[in-house]
Design a protein around this ligand. Structure first.
Ligand SMILES: *Cc1c(COP(=O)(O)O)cnc(C)c1O
Length: 403
């Protein structure tokens, strides 16, 4: 096997399908907020694996629990109960207003399960006309055909049509638009509490409450996609807690396994029969290894008080980024976005976000782009104040150079 970044990348360019556009270095190791490439170069990682790494890289407890489970029981399929899946479902039910859990392997799969559950739920109640969905413009719900059809960003639809039918997109945070769209044929409304990929747009509490009332009036289900916002990312275990609105179900994934692939839907008892035996399944879903990782994440949350710490760190990050956004000496940074440790800054029109990201990498900081114009930071919930300062300082330096 090759040694240098350039040698690895040369192999990658022959064997990896080029549906991504990664920078020309190859990561091989991580610890906490830091990752290293194959040549030993260190980066401060505020990309967080796209808001996945709730515990950071190589968290000792997560590593230990995965290793222990790997030596005990990795997989049995959905034909059998396993103790880890039962324990994780119970732990999620205990921490949320939801009662029952179905395990998938990713966020998009979790949303597919919700789409199917909504149609099947109404179908089995004799409401056969209720097959439509309402979702928001700017939303992101995943890349498989169903979840893609829900996703309210046309750029993801290019060349993929025909999409799954019956989906209507309405402007986000616009209750009147939702009222005009939801009717007696609406099976479910899907919303993110904070739009992640759409650019860290925070949902108004009044909007979320209004849509809840609307769904109740019209007999439609309300689903929150908490794939990105859940698991402490926005300062509470679920982002819904800020508004107090209880949807009929939510989807979860990113933070759930601390980097181990796992997703889930959590539903209220009303939907307990929504996916009767035979209606939906996943071979890997709920496998004991993934669920052990999920349990380890919750164990670390409790042992290290990570929801509280993440909320406090989010305040620190928000204040520091807010200063950059309001600094007249930094015209490239125009607006603070997001909540908790899902924060970003919208760049001025004319500033190239990809270039900015590349400059940040050169300065030793990894971040991501959201909504086309927002530089997004999603460090682990246990990020130190010193690392937040260091990351923001590197961002500051880059923004200054653009000005
Ligand atoms: C990332 C994301 C998804 C898709 O999750 P995958 O694990 O990539 O399939 C769905 N919804 C939201 C809100 C997301 O941020």
């Amino acid at each position: 096997m090759p040694g240098s970044n350039a040698e690895w990348v040369a192999v990658a360019q022959h064997v990896i399908l080029p549906n991504y556009r990664p920078p020309p270095f190859v990561l091989t190791r991580g610890e906490g907020c830091r990752v290293w490439d194959v040549e030993g170069r260190e980066f401060l990682d505020f990309s967080g694996g796209i808001a996945v790494l709730a515990l950071g890289h190589a968290h000792p407890l997560l590593a230990r629990r995965i290793a222990e489970q790997a030596a005990r029981l990795v997989h049995v399929s959905n034909l059998f109960y396993n103790d880890r899946a039962i324990a994780l479902a119970a732990a999620i039910a205990e921490r949320t207003p939801f009662d029952r859990v179905y395990f998938a392997n990713s966020g998009t799969e979790a949303n597919e399960a919700l789409l199917k559950l909504a149609r099947r739920y109404h179908h089995d109640r004799g409401d056969r006309e209720r097959v439509h969905f309402v979702a928001a413009e700017g939303s992101f719900h995943g890349r498989t055909m169903g979840a893609l059809s829900l996703t309210g960003q046309p750029k993801y639809h290019v060349g993929m049509e025909p999409l799954v039918g019956g989906v209507q997109h309405v402007p986000y945070n616009d209750l009147a638009a939702a009222e005009a769209a939801v009717d007696e044929r609406t099976a479910a409304v899907f919303l993110e509490v904070v739009q992640g990929e759409g650019g860290l747009v925070v949902g108004d509490a009044a909007y979320l409450e209004g849509v809840r009332r609307l769904c109740d009036q019209k007999g439609a289900l309300l689903f929150f996609d908490e794939v990105q916002t859940g698991y402490g990312r926005t300062g509470t275990f679920l982002a819904r807690e800020v508004s107090g609105v209880v949807p009929d179900a939510c989807s979860l994934a990113k933070g759930m396994g601390g980097g181990f692939p796992i997703g889930a839907i959590a539903v209220t008892e009303k939907l307990a029969g929504g996916l009767p035996p035979g209606s939906h399944a996943s071979t890997f879903g709920g496998n004991p290894l993934a669920c052990a990782a999920g349990l380890a994440v919750l164990e670390a949350f409790d042992e290290e008080n990570l929801i509280e710490r993440g909320r406090a760190a989010g305040e620190v990050l928000g204040r520091a980024l807010g200063k950059l956004a309001s600094d007249p000496a930094l015209p490239a940074a125009v607006e603070l976005r997001g909540r908790g440790l899902l924060r970003g800054i919208r760049l001025a029109a004319g500033v190239d976000p990809r270039n900015t990201l590349a400059q940040l990498r050169d300065a030793g900081l990894l971040a991501t782009i959201a909504g086309g114009t927002v530089i997004r930071f999603a460090p682990p919930l246990n990020v130190s104040e010193a690392d937040i300062e260091l990351g923001v300082e590197r961002f500051h330096t880059v923004l200054k150079s653009i000005a």
